[in-house]
Design a protein around this ligand. Structure first.
Ligand code: C2E
Ligand code: MG
Ligand code: MG
Length: 266
């Protein structure tokens, strides 16, 4: 217990300096269209090179950023950097794709969220349609007017909205009806055994059907095998993201991939 508390404190201390020391960077993982095999988007994923340590997963350090109040500042850096990078790729003549940025529930529920995003878009020159915001069900768990207002304002800005880790949160589906979403991302825990487990297969099939009826795109996360990909395609899933096509890449490697025009072999 003490060792863990100490480790957390020490991590918090290191995180406080990480922004100034440029220890954060972003990796980019492509999403591919399951009908054409072409790249349809990219997700920005935060990376931290903590000096003297092995690389730390964002699922470990993001919660520390959240509990220590640093997520606002770091989250803003992520948004600005992803928008700047996407704009730079477009200016280099690469095929334009939307860049998805993960928002923590804490960021999401901030009143000035939409203003911040609007300012970052203006500053970087990125058109709103090339930015997608990913948030989880827990961020919209309290289906209040406040949350509705925030989503409405983001929608008005013209950015894309995606619900991440779909199926793992509180299964109040009312927000699907109330909010205008562009995409739901089927959590990788359902995708993992999709070709082996009948229950997972049934859940994923149901999510794809629901998404289609609601006219929301369905994208599967964590697709690693051909068999998973075939299942998703056969059931009409719109897109996928996962190691089968590509791991998260450095900005240069992602730009090279986009330039190469490589598609998923279908
Ligand atoms: P997420 O948004 O659901 O991101 C997908 C995660 O799945 C990424 O983990 C990605 O590397 C991993 N992944 C992708 N394809 C595969 C695959 O085929 N197999 C497996 N096993 N994993 C795959 P990562 O980068 O470690 O990020 C973990 C989580 O940390 C993210 O889950 C997201 O919730 C959070 N996160 C990452 N970047 C940010 C950020 O900038 N801000 C916030 N608030 N959270 C972030
Ligand atoms: Mg995500
Ligand atoms: Mg996810």
């Amino acid at each position: 217990m003490n060792a863990r508390a100490y480790e957390r404190l020490s991590m918090e201390g290191s995180l406080r300096q990480a922004l100034e020391r440029n220890e954060f960077h972003l990796h980019y993982q492509p999403q591919v269209d399951l009908r054409t095999g072409a790249i349809m988007g990219v997700e920005a994923l935060l990376r931290w090179e903590r000096p003297g340590h092995e690389s730390v997963s964002p699922s470990v350090f993001v919660p520390v950023l959240e509990s220590s109040g640093m997520i606002g500042q770091v989250g803003e850096w992520v948004l600005r950097e992803a928008c700047r990078q996407n704009r730079a790729w477009q200016q280099q003549g690469l095929m334009p794709v939307p860049v998805a940025v993960n928002l923590s529930a804490i960021q999401f529920n901030r009143r000035n969220m939409a203003d911040t995003i609007s300012a970052i878009l203006a500053e970087t020159g990125l058109e709103p349609r090339w930015l997608e915001l990913e948030f989880t069900e827990s961020a919209v768990m309290h289906d209040t007017r406040e949350v509705g207002n925030i989503i409405g304002r983001l929608d008005d800005l013209g950015v894309q909205l995606a619900l991440d880790d779909f199926g793992t949160g509180y299964s109040s589906l009312s927000y699907l009806r109330r909010f205008h979403l562009d995409k739901i991302k089927i959590d990788q825990s359902f995708v993992r055994d999709i070709d082996l487990d009948v229950d997972d297969a049934a859940i994923v099939t149901a999510i794809i059907g629901m998404a289609r009826n609601l006219k929301v795109a369905a994208v599967a996360e964590g697709v690693e095998s051909r068999a998973q990909c075939e299942f998703l395609r056969a059931h009409g899933c719109d897109g996928m993201q996962g190691y089968l096509f590509s791991k998260p890449l450095s900005p240069d490697d992602f730009a090279a991939l986009l330039k190469s025009g490589r598609t998923l072999t279908l």
